[in-house]
Ligand binder design. Structure first.
Ligand SMILES: Cc1cc2nc3c(=O)[nH]c(=O)nc-3n(C[C@H](O)[C@H](O)[C@H](O)COP(=O)(O)OP(=O)(O)OC[C@H]3O[C@@H](n4cnc5c(N)ncnc54)[C@H](O)[C@@H]3O)c2cc1C
Length: 436
């Protein structure tokens, strides 16, 4: 990144309410937060060590689903019974690296407990719904202002199942979705294949969720949002936050390696790297990374018309601007542990099975793999709210599997918190202090 990409124009709010806000991290959450802070008249610095929208960020390589119905947490009743199998099978849908188990264990136990009963899953779903509802519309509005409306498509998403029985096996999830207001259309095999002629015949049942949408290129979208923030007056600084200078309970500066940026407010939006910054702001948060992978095939011979989640591999296939992407897998391992590209091989093989027109022998130049890190809490809910030690510091991370879709409302909430307005939804479920 060019460290001199700096747009210094700063509007000071005439009422004196404008603060200098440092947004830590230029993933989708930081980018949206910056835009809303700017709209409220704050002076904004975005602090990011790498290229906004670059491959280091989870926001780069996700499936792009803007699924306002994704309210079911990853941990569900009965999942705990499968954990021994996950530990023994490094290539299963959820893998835990043995060496990392002692460190991840407290998080993992809480993760399993949070999904242990239908009541708990429903509680999480109700809270998530408030954050996600209408988000494709909110994304679209921001994308239009940023000049990238073409990247946001609001035409629904599909879930595809080998059989109706496989759908019925997920009855609990769908009944909770119905309870929180999600509606869908069920598709027979004929209806599904009429909509999706490239899809393999072994999928015989589909669910179409019209309210959802998708992003055609998440990395480009984030880059465009940050460029829009800069056009609105934000300053982009290349650097890494290491902590805060807090005096008498008020924020004076964000510390960086060997320096500091004087400011009156800050937003922690460093994704999977947010835990240490949260601790520096006085909060012990239960944050781990659920690592995931994607495979991309350029110029695919067969592809979905509508992005689809395949129930048998729990991965989402999306036709992006750069090619056909299948994103999924959960791997509990250290943030910086080496990628296990066998997991991306699994995704590639699944993609070939989903779309038979793709050639079995693919030139290496057409295939790309990526490893990403979902910033995840054990209860499947993000941390959004002020820090314990200093209300000038706002937490905005931990969105796990739904950070892309949740970013639109999270940015609005951050703007409301920074300006002292009443948040548009109750923030108690997302309180960063809930981990004790
Ligand atoms: C395989 C996969 C598929 C997914 N699919 C979807 C999907 O379809 N829909 C959906 O809604 N979500 C999806 N997600 C989840 C989503 O990608 C994340 O929840 C979301 O991108 C998190 O955004 P973020 O801005 O919090 O973090 P990130 O995108 O990771 O950005 C954090 C930024 O902070 C920077 N940073 C780190 N440390 C510091 C520091 N000390 N100082 C300054 N900056 C720092 C990083 O360089 C990075 O740019 C998926 C994730 C994966 C891995």
């Amino acid at each position: 990144m060019n460290p001199s990409i700096i747009v210094p124009a700063v509007e000071v709010d005439p009422a004196g309410m404008s603060r200098h806000v440092v947004i830590i991290g230029a993933g989708v959450i930081g980018a949206m937060s910056a835009i809303h802070a700017l709209r409220d008249g704050h002076r904004v610095t975005i602090l990011e060590p790498e290229t906004p929208g670059g491959e280091q960020a989870s926001s780069y390589g996700n499936a792009g689903w803007l699924s306002s119905h994704s309210v079911i947490p990853p941990s569900q009743p009965g999942v705990w019974k499968k954990v021994p199998g996950y530990l023994l099978d490094p290539l299963g849908p959820l893998a835990i690296r043995w060496g990392y188990l002692p460190q991840a264990l407290p998080w993992l136990l809480r993760y399993l407990a949070e999904g242990a009963t239908k009541e708990r899953v429903t509680r999480t779903a109700r809270a998530l719904r408030t954050l996600l509802v209408e988000s494709p519309v909110l994304h679209r509005a921001v994308a239009e202002q940023a000049g990238v409306a073409h990247l946001i498509v609001h035409e629904g998403v599909l879930h595809v199942y080998p059989s109706r029985a496989d759908f019925d096996a997920e009855a609990l999830n769908w009944s909770v979705r119905r309870e929180v207001g999600v509606r869908w259309q069920e598709l027979s095999a004929a209806e599904l294949h009429q909509r999706e002629p490239a899809l393999d015949e072994r999928y015989t049942f589909g669910v179409f969720v019209a309210e959802a949408g998708h992003c055609r290129d998440p990395g480009a979208y984030v880059a465009a949002l940050v460029a829009h923030a800069c056009a609105l007056g934000a300053t982009l600084v290349q650097g890494q936050a290491t902590g805060f200078r807090i005096e008498a309970g008020r924020l004076r500066a964000v510390r960086t390696a060997g320096s500091e940026i004087a400011c009156e407010a800050a937003v922690i939006a460093a994704g999977g790297r947010s835990k240490a910054l949260a601790a520096a702001a006085g909060d012990r948060v239960a944050l781990e990374v659920e690592r995931g992978y994607h495979v991309m095939i350029a110029q695919p011979e067969g592809a979905p018309r509508t992005p689809m989640m395949a129930a048998d591999c729990k991965a989402v296939a999306t036709l992006t601007e750069g090619g056909l992407r299948l994103a999924g897998q959960v791997e509990i391992a250290a943030f910086d542990a080496a990628p296990d590209w066998r997991r991306a091989d699994i995704l590639r093989d699944q993609l070939l099975r989903m779309f038979p027109a793709l050639p079995r022998e693919l030139a290496a130049s057409r295939v790309r793999y990526w490893l990403g890190r979902r910033p995840s809490t054990p209860d499947g809910l993000p941390c959004i709210g002020p820090a314990r030690a200093c209300r000038d510091i706002i937490h905005a991370y931990g969105h796990g599997h739904v950070g892309m879709v949740a970013a639109a409302r999270t940015g609005r909430l951050v703007g409301q918190l920074l300006s002292g307005r009443t948040p548009e939804i109750p923030l108690e479920p997302f309180d960063p202090r809930r981990f004790g």
